[in-house]
Design a protein around this ligand. Structure first.
Ligand code: ADP
Ligand code: ZN
Length: 437
């Protein structure tokens, strides 16, 4: 790889598997030693009779305890940190809708490494200092804002911190500043396109957009292809989470054949969520990540609850960093309806196959006469008043959904623009079922 930026660690990006693993072992040993400065990990290691010297091979990572979101909550706010607070320069936190928010601390070095990781991702998909990068993420505690800001600046691009929402202003920036690259959550891109369309702007002709980074929420391959066609761009899947800094954990390369997880930054494991044993490559399991270069708050075997699988450990692009499939969703996003397990992404995949349908949809679960039911509302792409056509389409979609999820949902086609659009991550499921105690 012929890189001319000093920030991208080209040496790390092109490592062979053996070299990567040697680096991982060295960094894991250092991380475990460093974790002895964390009151939380020190206690946990001591309880298990584990010493840093016990980590002799990479496989010894399995001797280490898992860390969960609950651990972060129990030690809220600073109990997992491995450095004194005086060495930290930034704090991020998750939304905390279901309990104490989780707090992540960073030293200046952590922030530098984070920016390098994001810059590496953006460089990988062909962005260069002469690109104009617009970030439509929320700024503040949400890491998609500052994470992309610093990464894009580090790469040397003119970076526009447009922040979330205000679609008209967003479009004005895109056209006035000659934005070539945009970061957005996939559900918001559709909204952006619809408003452009209403205003008579053709993104293919009237803007310079060529690359999109889409992520922060699960989305289907079909959704990505729609986005690419609508805007005339290449859209790359971007994966991150606050606990692992934020964006920059994994990104697709130009091959678009899965997410490269940066293995010089993380040890990647996929485990069976019930037995916690590793699953073979290709099998779906829970993603578990160990940070390898964090100072303020290293996390050991963090259970992300995201479900995915290994696709491969080599790539035609030349990078050997493991490739994982797009996320199915988190284990807690799974809908269990009448004993059947369903991921919203399965429904999205079917809906996106109908060009007559828009991209915005909402799944509502209700209890009617003691039966649990699912209603799928989906916007139609264009105004339509041909009752026969709509009825026929409803039938077809219902049948296709039944084939996919094995239950018959109640499908409702609704007018374009009638379902709510959130500025951040889309809310796809509303559960109004009665809970029987
Ligand atoms: P919160 O935990 O408050 O949602 P985060 O921004 O930390 O905030 O969310 C990280 C989660 O977002 C991941 O664990 C994953 O479930 C989801 N996510 C992030 N990027 C992607 C992506 N590219 N595809 C699917 N899901 C994603
Ligand atoms: Zn690749």
């Amino acid at each position: 790889m012929n890189y001319d930026s000093p920030y991208l660690h080209p040496d790390k990006e092109a490592l062979s598997r053996e070299e990567l693993e040697a680096l991982q072992l060295q960094r894991l040993q250092k991380t475990v030693k460093h974790c002895m400065n964390s009151p939380f990990y020190k206690k946990r290691f001591e309880e298990m009779g584990l010493k840093p010297e016990d980590i002799k091979t990479l496989d010894d990572v399995r001797k280490l305890p898992f860390t969960t979101k609950q651990d972060l909550r129990d030690t809220y706010p600073f109990g997992i940190a491995s450095v004194p607070l005086s060495e930290c320069v930034r704090l991020h936190s998750s939304s905390g809708t279901t309990g104490n928010p989780t707090v992540i601390l960073h030293t200046q070095k952590d922030l530098d490494e984070w920016a390098n990781a994001v810059a590496r991702c953006l460089w990988m998909v062909g962005l260069r200092p002469d690109d104009v990068f617009q970030n439509s993420s929320g700024y503040g505690m949400f890491t998609g804002g500052l994470g992309f800001q610093y990464g894009a600046e580090r790469l040397g691009m003119l970076t526009v911190p447009a922040a979330a929402g205000n679609t008209l202003r967003q479009i004005k920036f895109i056209t006035d500043f000659g934005t070539t690259a945009l970061h957005a959550v996939p559900s918001y891109v559709t909204r952006l396109y619809e408003v452009m369309h209403e205003k008579g702007i053709d993104p293919r002709k009237d803007t310079k957009l060529r690359v999109l980074a889409i992520g922060a929420e699960p989305h289907s391959e079909e959704q990505r292809q729609r986005i690419e066609q609508m805007l005339g761009v290449k859209a790359y899947n971007s994966f991150g989470m606050s606990e692992m800094c934020g964006p920059g954990v994994a990104f697709e390369c130009k091959e678009q054949n899965g997410l490269h997880f940066w293995e010089d930054y993380y040890i990647v494991e996929i485990v069976n969520p019930d037995t916690l044993e590793p699953v073979p490559d290709g099998e779906i399991g829970e993603l578990v990540l160990t940070t390898l270069n964090r100072e303020a708050m290293p996390l050991i075997r963090y259970r992300t609850r995201d479900l995915t699988r290994v696709l491969g450990r080599t790539c035609p692009c030349g990078r050997n960093h493991v490739r994982l499939d797009r996320m199915r969703g988190r284990s807690d996003d799974m809908i269990v309806l009448r004993g059947v397990n369903i991921f919203p992404i399965q429904i999205e995949k079917i809906l996106m196959q109908y060009p007559e349908l828009g991209s915005n949809y909402l799944i509502t679960l209700t209890t009617d006469d003691d039966n649990d039911n699912m209603t799928v509302e989906v916007e139609i792409a264009e105004f339509a008043d041909d009752y026969g056509m709509l009825q026929n389409l409803t039938k077809q979609v219902t049948r296709a959904l039944k084939d996919e999820i094995l239950l018959t949902p109640h499908v409702k086609l609704v007018p374009k623009g009638s379902l709510p659009v959130s500025e951040g991550k889309a809310v796809r499921v509303v559960d109004k079922r009665k809970v029987y105690q």
